[in-house]
Ligand binder design. Sequence first.
Ligand code: ADP
Ligand code: MG
Length: 246
Amino acid sequence: MIEVDKLSKSFNNLEVLHSVRFNVRPQEIVVLIGPSGSGKSTLLRCLNGLEEPSEGLIRVGDVMWEASMDAKKKKQAIRQFRTLTGMVFQSFNLFPHMTVLQNIITAPLFAKKVPKKEAIQLAEALLEKVGLLNKRDEYPSRLSGGQQQRVAIARSLAVRPQIMLFDEPTSALDPELTGEVLSVMKQLALEGMTMIIVTHEMKFAQEVADRVIFMSEGSIQEEGEPESFFSQPNTERARKFLQQFN
Ligand code: ADP
Ligand code: MG
């Protein structure tokens, strides 16, 4: 579903991703962990077409970005990455001047040219899925953080992405509100959505991950199944990192 090879990314000559390589299979749940500043967000942003890599290759579904392609083809690939992947951020980023329903139908209506009636039907089905159909006509400011994040997930799903990317989706929430967001994500996982999740929720990671990737200083240090990774990490760096969650 996703192939990443020799991916590097620099900002003004400072390389923050160094030759990153990994694959994600259809329906796989990959949890990406690592210290702050290790490049997790930059990696997701490259997959979502919010950043352009400096070197290497990214394939999402049938769409390929390769450093050696001509500029026009690369730009086209990046535009397609944006619709193939749905991204959920730490800050919910809902449009404050739009109702919940309007937030969800905007991208289908204007970017995907879905007829309005159909867009509304899909939005209502997605709101039902995240348990917020009764908030359809509220404005984001009237919702709790957990509810806003569930709307943000519904909004990402509305363009029917093939892969969902989550960048610390519960980090900005009060602890009592994280559960409702994590359970929506678990449900998506059960339904077979392919997902890459950056999180510090280690218990959740152990429960849902098919594979854990540990990054540090812009490189993948190790990856493995959650059982072995969490009980017996191979690298000293991962051991140190995991200690803070015990
Ligand atoms: P993480 O998500 O793991 O905390 P990030 O991907 O946000 O890490 O950041 C990795 C490194 O890239 C950090 O050193 C950060 O300062 C740098 N960085 C991220 N975005 C930019 C940017 N737009 N311009 C310059 N440096 C950036
Ligand atoms: Mg980050």
